[in-house]
Design a protein around this ligand. Structure first.
Ligand SMILES: [Zn+2]
Length: 335
């Protein structure tokens, strides 16, 4: 009897392993575990056996039933998932396309800006996101009680650090470690304690420029910025400089470009003025030179800064700055 059960088990195992479809699995189930199966007949006949035989055969029957139920489940899931040999493989299906990545629109914009400034003789410098009060404020002529600090509310870190509110501290770090001439651009992530809306985020990206040497003139600043904007937007772009205020430059100028949407006629994006503010700039304040140990009578220089997100918005037509950092592929794939 035990030998017979073993033979039944081997036959059932083979039938289940070779089954290629749900109906074949079901056929094997009926043949080996069904009401009319030999296993069932043996099971029902246990009562006619002697005590010793009944115990031994009963145990073997139960073991075989449980083994076959396991094999049955395996066979069912195998045919359902289509991995049942050639029968489950449809060779006519198209292949799976590999995922092809590409650069984020902010990275593409930054690459373009760096390319232009490298062509103008600048090199790229970087600095830490967590700054100290000296590099982010004091050295840039924002004393502790200066009202300009109100616009630079930020996030403070335990132990006295803060998340930098602009890329200007990189100027300070470079000047502290090097002697003029210095000609750098410093791109990077900056932080402000802002309520996010379509044109403000608590994280955004800036690019800072600094040139320090002997006898640097305002005319050179103007020339470099006009050259940069023409490279970015084409030879015919309108550019204007307006007087502005920044603690670390004197004199200072805001730089506007002709609105790319309406070409200067006036629209919602430029609030009807025909101009969009793009850069802040100016001649480096002598106090900044003094803070890094330069002699303001010996050296002079200019600095400028721009928002990378804003330029990306103008280049791509995206009208909400928050979309750039949500990492939604449905959005990113479109631009
Ligand atoms: Zn406009």
């Amino acid at each position: 009897m035990i030998d017979r059960l073993r033979a039944l088990g081997a036959a059932a195992r083979q039938a289940l392993e070779e089954a290629q479809s749900e109906s074949e699995v079901e056929e094997a189930r009926i043949a080996f575990l069904g009401r009319k199966s030999e296993l069932n007949r043996i099971s029902r006949g246990l009562g006619t056996l002697s005590d010793g035989e009944r115990r031994e055969v009963g145990r073997a029957v139960n073991q075989l039933k449980s083994d076959l139920k396991g094999l049955l489940e395996e066979a069912k899931s195998r045919v359902a998932s289509g991995t049942g040999g050639a029968g489950g493989l449809d060779v006519t299906l198209p292949g799976r396309r590999p995922w092809v990545g590409r650069k984020h629109p902010l990275t593409r914009t930054l690459d373009r800006l760096e390319e232009i400034f490298l062509g103008l003789g600048f090199e790229v410098a970087v600095g830490p996101h967590i700054e100290d009060d000296f590099h982010n404020f004091e050295a840039l002529n924002f004393p502790a009680d200066h009202p300009a600090r109100d616009e630079h509310d930020t996030f403070y870190v335990e132990g006295g650090g803060l998340l930098r509110t602009h890329t200007s501290p990189v100027q300070i770090r470079v000047m502290q470690t090097r002697k003029p001439p210095i000609r750098i651009v410093a791109p990077g992530r900056v932080f402000r304690n802002e309520t996010p809306d379509a044109s403000h985020g608590s994280e955004f990206f800036q690019l800072e420029g600094l040139y320090v040497d002997r006898d640097v003139r305002f005319g050179e600043l103007k020339g470099v910025l006009i050259k940069f904007l023409r490279e970015l937007y084409g030879e015919n772009v309108g550019v204007r400089l307006r007087p502005g205020f920044f603690p670390f430059t004197e004199p200072s100028a805001e730089v506007d470009v002709e609105c790319r949407i309406c070409r200067g006629r006036g629209c919602g994006v430029c609030k009807g003025t025909g101009w969009v503010e793009l850069l802040g700039s100016g001649m480096v304040d002598p106090r900044v030179f003094a803070a890094v140990g330069y002699d303001p009578d010996e050296v002079s220089g200019y600095a400028f800064g721009l928002g990378i997100d804003r330029i990306a918005m103008m280049m791509t037509g995206v009208d909400d700055i928050r979309l750039f950092l949500e990492n939604d592929l449905r959005f990113l794939r479109q631009i």
